[in-house]
Design a protein around this ligand. Structure first.
Ligand SMILES: NC(=O)c1ccc[n+]([C@@H]2O[C@H](COP(=O)([O-])OP(=O)(O)OC[C@H]3O[C@@H](n4cnc5c(N)ncnc54)[C@H](O)[C@@H]3O)[C@@H](O)[C@H]2O)c1
Ligand SMILES: O=C(O)CC[C@@H](O)C(=O)O
Length: 417
């Protein structure tokens, strides 16, 4: 593993004078822009994702960045984003961001862990029924003027087994709805999870694959989930079973899935996510699954409902504003989580520093040398960084902030006045 990349030090304190700028990509719901604008942000909205080079260019002078799943945020985009305070991923997945580099550059990443959970679960339930009743085939035939009234290969879902891989927020919500339809629910997770309703844990992935009529994936994109459904795992599924993937495109070997559908080992599939996805709605798209029978292909819309998007917009904008206005990092996925009430009559200094011995001593020496009184001091650390929140008398806060920003260990410092 390569060593963490820190920005060059010492840095300068980020100005507490506006104007503050927010860049919102990928058609983030207007509710987010409205909330940021109401707090004085100049909000720039872009309907598509940006490529890393263009992102790096557009991030200059930007304080808050909002993305969804299509914008990759690599180290190169963060290196020159000197004013960038935080990133909001207006979705659940955060694998598109180089979380370690964001951490070492003092940039917390916030997401919306539950706002589209229900939308994904409802879509998957719909797909289970659509696949087992071959509704797309029948519909296409009638659209084409054919009347093929058949029952062969068409089944009720009642009494069938739904195998859920990844029994987290989405997987467990899905299990509850599936049981209401009379399905038997089996799940496999690497963590021990509380089974909801009558759901049963499978001891191994193989056990789940061999026992399920429908297998649905709800795991994050991780090195350990990369291609976890390859040719071998697909072969372990029951003949005629259906595979559903609304998690991440890296989790299923699409070519192996296409082969299993062509050979009729699998009876159908529904796929919402792909190893490579277009950056905007105007781009074309090609996958080996196109044209195969009983295959539902959707353009990564599992979480795309008006309810979910409005809720995500508000949730992530709220997190970004709480971080901007009070330094609250609760919920950040890559950052020490701290939060403390603002103390009237004081100024708050927020400092991110390299987590090496002696930093707090150096900071407290600066405070002591300037004869400042500390009203509150909260520190939390992780392997790479320390995140310090400190409330001081107003008359000394600016020189303290500037002196801290000048330390060799400083990553990012600002003052809330
Ligand atoms: N299609 C969409 O529009 C859409 C919408 C929302 C989320 N997602 C994707 O769905 C994923 C799951 O969302 P969630 O909110 O349920 O996440 P979650 O973190 O609540 O649940 C994920 C579960 O997967 C389990 N897991 C991790 N590695 C595993 C492995 N190797 N085998 C089995 N289980 C494993 C975890 O222990 C956890 O319980 C997200 O990470 C995101 O990538 C897609
Ligand atoms: O809205 C998106 O782009 C991503 C939705 C989904 O994959 C998520 O991670 O929440």
């Amino acid at each position: 593993m390569s060593p963490p990349q820190f920005p060059p030090s010492p840095t300068r304190a980020i100005s507490s004078d506006g104007p503050f700028r927010a860049l919102l990509l990928e058609n983030i719901h207007p509710s987010a822009g409205e909330m940021l604008a109401a707090e004085g942000f100049q909000v720039e909205r872009v309907s598509s994702a940006l490529k890393p080079d263009e992102l790096a260019e557009r991030l200059k002078g930007v304080h808050l960045l909002g993305i969804r799943s299509k914008t990759t945020v690599p180290l190169a985009a963060l290196e020159h984003a000197e004013n960038l305070l935080a990133i909001g991923a207006f979705c659940i997945g955060t694998n598109q961001v180089d979380l370690t580099s964001a951490n070492t550059h003092g940039i917390p990443v916030f997401n919306a862990p539950f706002s589209n959970t229900r939308s994904v679960a409802e879509m998957v339930i719909a797909e289970v029924i659509v696949l087992t009743r071959q509704l797309f085939e029948r519909s296409q035939e009638v659209h084409a003027g054919q009347w093929r009234k058949v029952a062969t290969g068409s089944h009720e879902v009642r009494g069938k087994t739904l195998g859920i891989i990844g029994y987290g927020h989405i997987g467990s919500q899905l299990g509850v709805i599936a049981e209401a339809l009379g399905m038997r629910v089996l799940y496999f997770d690497v963590m021990t999870k509380l089974p909801l309703g009558n759901a049963q844990p499978a001891v191994t992935l193989e056990e789940l694959l061999g026992a399920s009529d429908f297998v649905t994936l709800h795991v994050p994109a991780l090195p350990t989930t990369h291609m976890m459904m390859g040719a071998e795992q697909i072969a372990q599924m029951k003949k005629g079973a259906c595979l559903i993937n609304a998690s991440r495109g890296t989790v299923v070997d699409i070519d192996a899935l296409a082969r299993a559908l062509q050979s009729q080992h699998l009876g159908g599939a529904a796929v919402d996510v792909y190893p490579e996805e277009p950056e905007s709605n105007s781009d074309g798209f090609v996958t080996a699954l196109q044209g195969l029978p009983n295959v539902v292909l959707t353009p990564h819309i599992g979480g795309s409902t008006e309810e979910a998007q409005a809720s995500i917009g508000k949730e992530v904008a709220t997190s970004l504003l709480k971080y901007f206005k009070a330094g609250a990092s609760t919920g950040a996925v890559n950052f020490p989580n701290i939060e403390a009430p603002l103390i009237p009559g004081t100024h708050r200094i927020l400092n991110v520093h390299r987590n090496i011995p002696g930093v707090l001593r150096d900071i407290n020496r600066i405070v002591s040398d300037l004869n400042a009184n500390i009203h509150a001091q909260v520190l939390s650390t992780d392997a790479n960084i320390g995140y310090l929140l400190m409330d001081l008398d107003q008359d000394v806060s600016t020189p303290v902030c500037e002196a801290i920003a000048g330390l060799e260990t400083d990553i990012k410092t600002r003052i809330l006045s």
